[in-house]
Design a protein around this ligand. Structure first.
Ligand code: ATP
Ligand code: MG
Length: 566
């Protein structure tokens, strides 16, 4: 591709709308442009990177036995009503009516459509297994679209769905997809981890997220430093405290704590560490009040709590409700004398002589013990912390931020039951098809790759997903002999590589800056050494520069490409 004719509008200035590096760089490198909130146009350079990721995804999905389809984006409401998601999905689902006043939505995901397709065609166990995927535009009316392609409203996703005869077969498919995903992200040149993820209302341990490690990631992931345990912090289990307190119970006392509402205020006032306080947090679960106890330095994990309670709606009790239930201002709730069910985090089991609110404005109790009140249940209700240990092996933990680029899920019969997707087994008995679903954010993967691979000068594309592999840069295109040599090289190199040929009559500084910004892995510069039959080859990733004889250029590039490939 000749740069002079290429639609590649690079920007010198950082656009004000972008907060994170990948977003800034994708705008500056002329990869994408915003049309409106969360909705982007892909320019040629951006699209090439997207297509590279898609190619890897296709190859690995096909290799794993999946088949590509393309499903409609516009979906009739009836299917979503049948699955129960027309009500449940909420405002992310963009709904509209056609000219006949029929309800439709734009697909945010395709479980309904694919299950409908499969239930019409699959009759017997002989028609199974099936594993179908597509690469397609999704629409989700995200509440806070941001970071460019990272969290868009319209975005490209690979979504796959598997159909098996039973759980055992479905699990085999699941692990095949797990391996395929590992290959995909490895081949994309990314530093990623597969982590155990929350399975939502379905339960079980069959969900993994694929996380690209990056500080701007919206998810926190936790790893064991000893074994291979890795999980999203939403999911990571906490084990019971190793040793319970050895203190013998002391006499409980009510103490005056004027205007001390927060854990910090109360513990500072009483001169105790937060580990000696128990927070009492009131929730409404499907409208019913419930009290949750966690240690002062711990945080309630509402996902875990939601699963435990099995409720549809869970939220913090509003201040009026707290006042009504505790007969006190907010900040003084405690378990003693509270007339609602109490659930306590397991860490509390080992505590003695702790502090709680006294259900009386401006008062707390000190030296509270577990036999002072009734706990309906002890459970794992909180977020894991660096002081906790690995739930598998007891090793110490490490925390990192990650960008979720892929998510795999064993669905079971959730959709096949709702939509009546059945088959006849060997004995002629009707059974539900067992499903799995597998997503990859294609645009998000490109953005995550850039977030992970850039420096102050610009993008450093991983070789496998770089829009071009070689950037050919003649310094002075006013010189006839330079242009001639560059043209010949462009032709030759293009036979083996994707070459962006900077044939522009621009100052060298401008060309070098753009080359660094765009981040093509290998740059070949035709400069002052050309008279000696040599060109400069620069590796964007390492900054390393070598002089190569023209006669050896092809083998040299070949070798470099190999070292740059994962
Ligand atoms: P998130 O928690 O980030 O909203 P999700 O759990 O809603 O993701 P899935 O429904 O599992 O995502 O979708 C599969 C994949 O699609 C995700 O792993 C992610 O890579 C991508 N994806 C989801 N939402 C968006 C979005 N708004 N913009 C870009 N990519 C997205
Ligand atoms: Mg989402």
């Amino acid at each position: 591709m000749r740069y002079s004719r290429y639609f590649l509008p690079t920007l010198k200035e950082t656009p004000a709308e972008a907060e994170i590096e990948s977003h800034k760089l994708m705008l500056r490198a002329g990869m994408i442009r915003k049309l409106t909130s969360g909705i982007y146009s892909y320019l040629p350079l951006g699209l090439r990177a997207v297509r590279k990721v898609e190619k890897i995804v296709r190859e690995e999905m096909n290799r794993a036995g999946a088949q590509e389809v393309l499903l409609p984006m516009v979906q009739p409401a009836e299917l979503w009503q049948a699955s129960g998601r027309w009500e449940k999905y909420g405002k992310e689902l963009l709904r509209f009516k056609d000219r006949h006043e029929r309800d439709y939505c734009l697909g945010p995901t395709h479980e309904e459509v694919i299950t409908d397709l499969v239930r019409r065609e699959v009759r017997s166990y002989r028609d199974l297994p099936l594993n179908l995927y597509q690469i397609q535009t999704k629409f989700r009316d995200e509440i806070r679209p941001r970071f460019g392609l990272m969290r868009g409203r319209e975005f490209i996703m690979k979504d796959g769905y598997s159909f098996d005869v039973d759980d055992t077969e479905a699990e085999k498919t699941y692990w095949r997809m797990y391996e395929a995903y590992k290959s995909i992200f490895t081949r994309c040149g990314l530093d990623f981890r597969a982590v155990e993820a929350d399975t939502g209302a379905i339960g079980g341990s069959f969900s993994h997220e694929f996380m690209v490690l990056a500080d701007v990631g919206e998810d926190t992931i936790v790893f064991c430093q000893k074994c291979d345990y890795a999980a999203n912090i939403e999911k990571a289990e906490v084990v019971e405290p190793a040793k319970p307190s050895s203190e013998s119970p002391k006499q409980r006392e009510e103490v005056h704590t004027p205007d001390k509402h927060t854990v910090e205020e109360v513990t500072a006032f009483l001169g105790i560490p937060p580990q000696k306080l128990v927070k009492t947090i009131l929730y409404l679960a499907d409208g019913k009040p419930i009290a949750i106890l966690v240690r002062g330095d711990h945080e309630v994990n509402e996902i875990k709590l939601g699963h435990l309670l099995g409720c549809k709606k869970l939220y913090l009790a509003p201040p009026e409700e707290v006042k009504r239930l505790t007969h006190a201002e907010v900040g003084f709730a405690g378990p003693i004398g509270l007339d609602i069910p109490i659930i306590a985090d397991i860490a509390i089991k080992g505590m003695a002589n702790f502090v709680t609110g006294a259900n009386k404005t401006d008062y707390h109790f000190v030296n509270v013990n577990l036999n002072d009140f009734k706990v309906s249940k002890f459970a794992d209700l909180r977020f894991i912390t660096p002081e906790d240990t690995c739930p598998r092996c007891g090793g110490s933990l490490e925390f990192k931020r990650g960008i979720e680029v892929g998510h795999i899920f064993k669905l079971g019969a959730k959709y096949s039951e709702k939509l009546k997707a059945t088959y006849l087994d060997v004995e002629g008995k009707e059974r539900y098809i067992v499903m799995g679903c597998y997503g990859i954010g294609v645009g998000r993967t490109v953005a995550a790759a850039i977030e992970q691979n850039h420096d102050k000068d610009g993008i450093i594309f991983p070789f496998p997903i770089a829009p071009f592999q070689v950037y050919l840069l003649p310094v002075d295109v006013k010189k006839q002999e330079v242009v001639e040599k560059a043209e010949t090289l462009y032709q030759e190199l293009s036979r083996h590589w994707e070459v962006l040929y900077d044939d522009r009559d621009e100052r060298p500084g401008v060309k070098f800056k753009d080359a660094d910004l765009i981040g093509i892995p290998i740059r070949i510069t035709l400069g002052k050494h050309l008279k000696d039959g040599k060109v400069e080859v620069k590796i964007r990733k390492t900054g390393e520069m070598i002089l190569v004889l023209l006669s050896e250029l092809m083998t040299s590039i070949e070798r470099l490409a190999q070292t740059l490939s994962p």
